[in-house]
Structures are given as structure tokens and as C-alpha cells.
Write a protein that binds this ligand. Sequence first.
Ligand code: GCB
Length: 635
Amino acid sequence: MPKDISPIVCAIGSPLLCPVVKEQTIAPRYDLKRMRLSVFVPLALAVAAAVASAQQPDLIQNPAARHGASLDGRWQYLMDPYEAGYLDFHLNPIKDGGLGANRVPRDKGDKYELAFLPATPALEVPGDWNTQKPELLWYEGSVWYRREFDHPMAAAGRQFLWFGAANYQAVVFLNGKKVGRHEGGFTPFQFEVTGMLKDHANAVIVKVDNQRHADAVPPAMTDWWNYGGLSREVRLIDVPETFIEDYQVQLEKGSMDRVAGWVRLNGVRKRQKVTIRIPEAGAAFPAETDDNGYARFAFPAKLSLWSPESPKLYDVTVEAETDRVQDHIGFRSITTQGTKILLNGKPVFLRGVAIHAEAPFRSGRVFSEADARTLLGWAKDMGCNFVRLAHYPHDAAMTRLADEMGLLVWSEIPVYWAVQWENPAVYAKAERQLSEMISRDKNRASVVFWSMANETPLGDARTKFLSSLAAKARELDGTRLITAATLPHAGAPNTVVLDDPLGRYLDVMGCNEYIGWYDGPPEKADLTSFQNTYDKPLVMSEFGAEAPFGSHGDETTAWTEEYQANVYRHQLGMLQRIPFLQGMAAWILMDFRCPRRFLSGVQDYYNRKGLFSDRGEKKQAYYVLRDFYESKVSH
Ligand code: GCB
């Protein structure tokens, strides 16, 4: 890919806040970060709350509540495995943007090839491309998307093109002009397009490239399907000249009766009166934004606290003189005390399951509320109060619905396995995704953990990388717990030790272990005990075994439901004996597609560790875990 150094259309304000990170700015940012971490940690923590807003990406909060138009539906598409729509035959970028230029043949003599024509086929957006056309199932490369839309009245206020996510890199053009580029497959991004729209026949063209790279986040080797495309919704958002760009409204850390947060305006009228209202609680708190359009607030409120048993959400209105946004927000406190996790001040045990964003019944990436309702409904029915959304930020429908249904959420970024720890550009990509994840979901009561990484190999560079991410997460949102799924190691005979140096920087230890599957027979669990170097709670973030639905044998025969259920029985016995264990997330709710799972007739390119098959059939292990969770509730 050519380096993207073209100018970027950006919201009024600092170009540093622009959603597109230019490569050449990445290294200095990282160095600065390291300096700050080593020299100024105490100071950084002290001022973290005060500067929280300034360091957030400039994403529009709660886009679903804004005026505008959905750009979902049919988009024309062209597969471009050689990137010939972007690069010429000597690999130089095509000057006018190639396919992005939105050229049409001028007359019957025009031999221009780079054009979308009426005969060009279409894909549904949102949606991965892989499951829409047989020839795209295994495709990894570039696909160009195009759609037209009308937007009368475009002259009033400001407009943004907003994308829920595009996996993995997107280059966006509007009416033939490049508006920007985004990297990272699971988080939202936007570009300001004020002044670029016509009343009729606007053309938005997006090149999406899902090639895997060693210096990407996630890196080239993962254990899930690399679904590409405009996988989440696309919107045109209309806002006033000066608008409420972002806000955080949560309980003050550790408090159960004080609401605290901030509001940030974007536009020329930075100084305004703003009011935060929670009508049902009789609360209306006035504040004033400063020269940066920023106001902090904190006020007492008598609220029914959100919990899995009682997922109470309040209508919350943020009102400025020039704009108003409404949200539904739950209020709960999440803290730790020694090895306990406290929800609203009381110890909670997390009865959980991990979920991939794999769509039930139809396969492909989850993008709809219906998909989310099915997956979270299955978890609820199994007795869960907790879900680990693995291994990347899921669609916003998942966390919204978790708020509504009463499920605590672990949300993570795809810093997965072997990332290039010493590469500052890779750090910048990870930090960007972390910031975008937190920006999007910081008002969701369900989200209690931000997870930095999954199963990463020990080493100084890696610990520095991940502890920097943890510090960043705390800066952006001081109200949630920081975790990561670490790998334990064998200590004295029959002892598993949790002593990952990263533990120092976490609030809650996550640990993945596969006793009974990758690690010995199921009975090994009966003899195993765990040691924790840290006086911190542990969530067993993965355990499990693989079995296709309907595969039967005795409980010593691998790849059978009986074997899988037996692993669960022994695991649950072991887990109950860990005194500092405060929760678990079984791996995994449903079977999911995976290119590295070959075994013919058994896996067939699926990871079969699901408690459900991808057709929604319950395996025997489902009942073992459900009974265990039921017994946990009744005790
Ligand atoms: C793990 C990974 C997860 C894999 C799982 C497995 O430890 O965290 O992404 O899918 O094991 O099935 O092997």
C-alpha cells in the first residue's frame, strides 16, 4: 500500500484529532508516551480525569440518536486483488484516485476502464463480503464499494460520513475526492464532508482491504475468519454548526450516588451552557463549556442501580444551546477489593461465556440486533450474567443489548498472540483501536472490563507495550477495570502459577487454560491447583474442548460431545477450588469459522469448541455448564 500522506478532510479544530493517523506521526507519539510513562506516572494518574476528554478520539457519540440518513443497503462492488483500481502498472498511485475518482465513460469513444457501470454487481451493507458470494468466501484483498445517495438541504449545518467498522483498511472517497483512510477492522470512524455534498446523486466509494499483515492489529495469525468489507452500518450524520460531539455520563468511580462525566462540543461556539438531565431521577445539572468546548460535571443523584438482575436504564439528555442528544444509560459501580470484584459495592461472581461475532444460523459477521439478541439470549438462558466479547470490539448492538438484557461485558482489542511489540507503528494502531473502543462504549453500564490483549508471549517489549495500553485506557476511562487474558505456566508439580509481569498493571487477572484439551487429560484438573502472585481477582477467561454437534462416543474419545462434557465436569470441579476466582468465561458459546482448523469431517474449517453448534444445537457440555451456573445462583 502506498503511504497515505494526502490531506484529510477533518472536523474543524486540531488536525491532531483527525481520525486518520498519518504514518509519519506515529513514532514520535509513541516515544512521547514512553517518556511520559517512565517519568511522569504519578502526575499522569493525578491529572488523568481532568484531561480525559482531550485525549479521546473525535468520534461522534451515540450516532444512532443523530439526524441523518442510513447508507445501508445495496452497494455496487468490484473485487480488486491486484489493487489495479488504485495503483498503475508500475505500482504508483493513480493520480486521480483510480476507481475512487467516480469517473463514468464520457462518450462512446471513451476507453477508460476504472468505472462502476450499471451492470456492476452489488453486496449488502452492512455485511461481510465472504458470506455473500461464493467466490469471496476465502478472499483476502481489496474490494471497492460504491453507492449513490441524495441529500437535499445539505447546506445546513455540518455533515459526517460515519462507518460502524470496515475490516481492515478503508480508503473513502466522496464525489470523486478522497476524504480519508482508516485502519482497524472493528471500531467506528468518520470523516467530515461538510461542503462536499450535492442535493442529488452523491457517490461514496470505499476501498476496503482485508489483507493480513504482520504489522497489523490483529497480526497475520489469528484463530478466526478474516471477514472483510463494510461489516457494520454506514450513516450520513447531520449536526448543527456547533454540536455535542461526545460525552461521558457514568457514576463517579467508587460512588453509588454521584453522577460524573464530561461533555465536549465541536464547532465555533465553544462556550455554551449545557445541562445534563435524568428526568426520571429528577436530576438536571447545569454546566458551562470552556474555550475548548469542554465541561466537566459531577452531581448527586438518587438512582436505581443497574445490575444483571435489574438492568435499569435511564433516559439521559445532554443539552447545549445549539444541540441536544438523548441516550439510555445505566448506572452501576464496579471496583475490586483484594481478590473480590464488587458490583454496586457487593461481591459478584461472573458466570460467563466467551462469544465471537459469528452470526448464528447464517454464518458471517454479526451486525444486527437480531444476531445479537440470539447470541446474548443463549448466554442468558444458560444462566450467564457475564459475556466476554472476544477478540475485538463487537457491533454496538451487542453492548447496547447487554445493557438492556443485563449482562456484564468484557470488551477487548485484537492485540492477539504474536504482535510486533517493538514496532511503534503497531503500538499506535493498538492504541487507536483501544481509544475508539472506549470512545464508543464508555456510556454502557454493561461494559465493566477493558481488556488489553489475549495470550501474548512474555517479554519486556510486550509488557511495556501492554502496560502503556493499560495506562492509556485508565486515562480515557477511569471508571472501569483493566484486564487481559494471560497465559499461566506450570510451577511445582500439579501447580499452575499466575505471575505474568503484566499483572502489576491490571485490576483483574484473566487467564486462559485448556486442561483436558491442549493440556493433558480431563482428570489432570482434579489434581491441579492455582497460585496467584497478585492480590487481585482472577477471571478464568477461557477453558473448553472441541466436539462437533452430534459426534458421540465414550468420554475418553476426543472430538465427541461426551469428551467435551467430561472436560467441563473436571474443569468446574477445579475452578470451584480456586479461592481467588471471581468469574469464568467458557470457550465458547457457538462454533465459529476458522481457516486454521482443518480436520476433515470434524472441524472442516470451524473451531468446534462451541457449547452450541452454528445451527443453534446444544451440545452436552451446554447442560453441564448451565446446571453449574444454576447451582451458583441458588447458593
Ligand atoms: C485460545 C485463544 C482462542 C482460540 C482458542 C482455541 O487460547 O485465545 O482465540 O480460539 O484458544 O480454540 O484454541
